[in-house]
Every structure is written in structure tokens, then in C-alpha cells.
Design a protein around this ligand. Sequence first.
Ligand code: ADE
Length: 226
Amino acid sequence: MRIDIITVQPDLLESPFSHSIMKRARNKGLLEVNVHQLRDYSTLKNSQTDDYQFGGGAGMVMMIEPLVNAIESLQKEVTYDEIIYMTPDGQKFDQRTANRLSMKGNLLIICGHYKGIDERVREHFVTMEISIGDFVLSGGELAAAVVVDAIGRLLPGVLGDETSALFDSFQDDLLAPPVYTRPEEFRGWKVPAILMSGDHRKIDEWRHEEAVRRTKARRPDMLDHD
Ligand code: ADE
């Protein structure tokens, strides 16, 4: 999968994809992430990319021209399955969307800043708008990093243990059950005996019950649908 990201702050996106699972995905050639500086597509003095909003009001708006230059220049190289704009008024990101996006070929992500991007870019180029939650970040970069991470780890071959993503919280509409590792006892706090029993059918049952219990207690809304 190839993901291109357009931003005025490429530095913010250098580190998130250079560690651990994302690093492995890139090194294995399963995920290509390219970060593009929007200023390089400006034809204005000082590589300007934002301007005052029409109608007045505080806050700058990201201009249509550099954005369209960037999008169209990338489109000469790649056909995108989705052009995504990161924005707090987009559709709320969840595991289902991560799954769906992980099955696409190429994605282009646009990170907004200030008041956002000129609406005409959203109307004529953007195919999907994503919010990572009901709060406002100072830019779309961290949100884009969240989305790319959630998608990247789902790509076949990225996780060492192929099954491990299947048991993630949310993957089957349940939160994940508790997990333990050595030592078996610490300050008198014991690991549930069932996990030491070697009976894998029973262990699976216990994990499922714990997942349901945890979901009922913490996220009953997840059990509301059939
Ligand atoms: N940009 C600013 N806030 C955001 C959010 N909550 N989700 C996605 N992009 C954003």
C-alpha cells in the first residue's frame, strides 16, 4: 500500500512511521509512506500556502492553488482510491474504517491547519473526511499518523504473529480480555489459575467471558447492535 501525505509540517510525520511495527511494514515493502511539503507547491512569494478568509473573521485558510498543484502533481504518478482530508468535522474513525482502508491500494491524506482548507478542495477532490475524535488538534498531522498506524498494522504480513490483530479490542466488537506474563505471582497477586491449566478450550472460553464482561462494564454501547 502507498500512502502520500500533504502537510505544511512534514517534521511532525517523520518519527511516527520510523519505529516498531510501522518501520517493519516499510522495511518489508508492505507500506510506503511519502510525506510532501505543501509549500513546495506554492507559486507565491515566501512559499505562501494560507490566506485570510473571505467574509472576514479570525484565522487563516489553506489556499486552493498549492493544494490542487500538490494533488494533481501526485495524481500524475498514482491513482488514489481515496483522497482523505483530516478534519474534526469528518466521519469518526474506527476499527471498521481502518479495516476497510487497509484493503485499498493507494491513499492520499491532506492535513489541515488553522481554520482548515478552502472548501472547494473538499468539494472537488476530497473523497473522504476523517475525524479521530470530538476534539480539535492544532493540525491534521497527528490525526493522520493515528490513521496510518491503525491501517498499516492491518496489512497482511505486517504483524509478526498473523493472528494477533484478530484479537485486538474492537476487531470482533468486544474489548480485549486481560493479559498476564511472568512472574506467576507478584506481591501475592496471582495470575488466574485457568491460564496456567494448559486447557486451551477452557482458556479460550475464559478469555471470551472476560472480553464480554469488560465490554459490558466499560463500553455497553458496543453490545447494543445485533
Ligand atoms: N484536525 C484537527 N483536529 C482533528 C481531529 N480531531 N481529527 C482529525 N483531524 C483533525
